[in-house]
Design a protein around this ligand. Sequence first.
Ligand code: SAH
Length: 271
Amino acid sequence: MVTIFKCQPSRKWDIKTEGLMTINRMAGPRKQLKAVFWLLCVVAGSLSLPCGALCESPDPYAAARQRMVVRQLKARDITDPKVLEVMGTVKRHLLVSRAYRSQAYADHPLPIGEGQTISQPYIVALMTQILDVKPGEKILEIGTGSGYQAAVLSHFTDQVWSIEIRKGLAQKASERLKGLGYENIKVKQGDGYFGWPEYAPFDAIMVTAAANHVAPRLLDQLKMGGRLLIPLGSTTYYQTLTKITKTPKGKEVEHLLGVVFVPMVGKILEE
Ligand code: SAH
């Protein structure tokens, strides 16, 4: 899908005038290029041509992303304004393969390679809303996948760590996140069952793969008062999104809703 910079017919003359005035004031090759660009837009507009090819917007999925926020998030139970703002900002289409870009903001999960999936936008927003990350908190994600959930979390705090067991996915996510300027996310390839002791304790841990129990080391690496969100249950059928809060009296457990995630693998399968 290509979203075009709209050269609206009613503004044709304005654009033309602005364009010509700009040309007169310009000097140097870069400015001349810019002037030619505008001139081409004007020509396309004057001839009432679709100007998509000439005036392509730098973010062709901006409109699709806003529609996703309104129809899939606001229309359901995503009410946290910051979550809505961030979901309207993070470029999900740049964290999936080219073949799936046009579906990046659709209301369903998408393949990300190696038999894994990126959750539908609503589940990412919901888990983010439930985790309720505050600025400065240290967050650990298990199951980097595409890197999208980590990117969303990184808008709430400046410290996000994410572990991905599959080397290819870890590498790709890490490169894409860096390319998009997410310098505050550290990705490592490894088994999330063991957490990331070097950076523990964490204020919150989000597990984005289905597990039939909570890895004891993840609980160990949680601060007192910290929360852990995990799809808990059968790894072949469905799970219950579960929030566990570590309190001085023990674990406080809340069973929230039914979900379906790809299974957590590695050490957990031996336990
Ligand atoms: N959060 C991801 C989607 C997660 S899909 C996103 O935003 O795209 C679940 C991911 O968990 C898969 O990529 C899978 O390879 C990974 N995974 C499974 N078991 C794991 C483990 N033991 N440690 C770390 N990652 C694991």
